[in-house]
Structure formats: C-alpha cells, structure tokens
Design a protein around this ligand. Structure first.
Ligand SMILES: [Zn+2]
Ligand SMILES: [Zn+2]
Length: 264
C-alpha cells in the first residue's frame, strides 16, 4: 500500500494512506512558508495534537468545508462541537484511540500545554500514533519535551517519526524538542524514518537571508545528531510542500522517492 507524506510546514502534514486523506495540525493561514491555502486541501480526517493556534490552525474551517471527521482530545472535541458547530468529532483521552478506515489513531502523552486560541482550556497536549491497517506505524510527537515513555510508544516499532526540532521563532522555548532531544526521541521510540518539523516557520518579512541561519540550523543539527544517537534511523529532509512517497512492504514502511517540488 502507498503512503504519501506531505509536509505543510511547521507541524502540519497531509497524509494519503491508501485512498484516505488525513491532515495533521493544519496551520496554513498566517504561516508564511505554508505551501497551500486552506481551501486547497481536501480531507477525510483531521488529527489534532493540542490546542495551540499553530496546531489547531485552519482545522475548524477545513472540517466545516470538507465534512472531515476530527480526532482530538475530549476538551478540544467539545470546543469544536460547541464553538464551531462541528458534528463529526472523536474526542478521546490520552492513551485512548479510535478505529478509523485506514487504521487505529491513538493519542499519546506529551509534555507541553494546550490552551485554545480563544483562551479556553484545551485539555492535555498529545502526540498522535497512527497504527495503519497495512502495518506501518507513524508517530507525530506534537509539541513536547523528551520523556522516557517514548520507549513504550515505540514498543511495537515506529516506522516514521515526525519530530519537532525547533520553536516558533529563533528561540527554543521550554517544552519543545530541540535537535538533540529529537535525536534522543528517535532512539527512544526506535523510529526507522525521521522527518524534522516545527522549525523555520516565523519568516520575518524584509529580513536579509543571512540573518536567517536559525531557520535552517535545527535541521543541520539534527542531521549531525541523529547518526550518533539513533544510528538505525534515517532522516528525510523535506521542504515545505514536499512529499515523501512510501510503500508498505511486508508491514514495514520503505521510502520510494521524495518529491521536493510541492505544493501539496
Ligand atoms: Zn504548542
Ligand atoms: Zn507548536
């Protein structure tokens, strides 16, 4: 089975798993490097890690337009139903999951916070674990610090880990993985394939490019740290809008090609 993984910049992804279209944390409006507008994207399912605006993003508008089913924690699920009048919502607790046509989606723990854009309580932050019906497992860590339970999350094997390696701007605030911690997360979870995310997002308009070394530095650092701390993992650097084409072979995820041409 084919699994396509398109990076929408920041923590956002468009996945195609077989015939199913899945968005994760689709933050596009107000996000300069985003390769697509919210109206460009179709979705059957939208998975949300936590309540922060750079993760909820355009999810309510896309869900309303497409009728996509949203998976989030209970508090975000209730907020989407009450505030955005969405009907197709699965609200689940960390450690719980829901069976969907492409596999089972579970919410893992994450060490972070989760307030919603309007200041409402957004429950506990989460990571997202997708156990596809075909076998491969995909782990989106959400926003989090490193934690030892990543070993348990990877207990059955993680084929692809989508790991944050930076912050919103040049500064890495507490409660986020940096490149070294992301490499440790790859080792703890036993990930075979790694994509670094959540960096290089806040482009200050009008700044000369030589000021922007911090935009790309996290990926450079991850590329040097990963072989040391997680030698079994392979890094796939993606530009915003790029798609990594994988196939599931004998239940494992193998990379066929990376198409950097984007957009999604
Ligand atoms: Zn956050
Ligand atoms: Zn974030």
């Amino acid at each position: 089975m084919a699994i396509q993984v398109t990076w929408l910049s920041h923590a956002g992804f468009a996945l195609q798993i077989g015939t199913h279209r899945i968005l994760i944390d689709p933050f596009l409006s107000g996000n300069p490097p985003a390769p697509a507008k919210p109206t460009d994207l179709d979705a059957d399912f939208i998975l949300l890690s936590h309540g922060h605006g750079d993760h909820i993003g355009d999810a309510p508008a896309i869900a309303r337009r497409t009728g996509a089913t949203v998976v989030a924690n209970n508090e975000i699920g209730g907020w989407l139903r009450a505030k955005h009048r969405l009907e197709h919502v699965h609200g689940i607790n960390p450690g719980g999951g829901v069976k969907l046509p492409f596999g089972r989606v579970e919410l893992t723990i994450a060490h972070h916070s989760s307030s919603l854009p309007d200041g409402s309580y957004g429950g506990q932050p989460n990571g997202i674990l997708i156990k596809t019906t075909a076998g491969p497992k995909i782990y989106h860590a959400g926003d989090t610090a490193a934690f030892l339970d990543m070993q348990l999350i990877g207990d059955e094997g993680i084929d692809l880990a989508l790991l944050p390696i930076g912050g919103w701007g040049p500064r890495l605030s507490p409660g986020h993985l940096g490149p070294a911690e992301a490499a440790a997360a790859a080792a703890l979870s036993g990930a075979r394939h790694v994509i670094g995310i959540h960096y290089g997002t806040l482009y200050p308009r009008g700044w000369p490019t030589w000021h922007l070394e911090w935009m790309t530095r996290p990926l450079v650092d991850l590329a040097s740290q990963l072989p040391v701390r997680a030698p079994a993992a392979t890094l796939h650097p993606l530009s915003p809008g790029a798609t990594a084409h994988f196939s599931s072979r004998s239940g494992q995820l193998e990379l066929d090609v990376v198409d950097q041409s984007g957009p999604a």
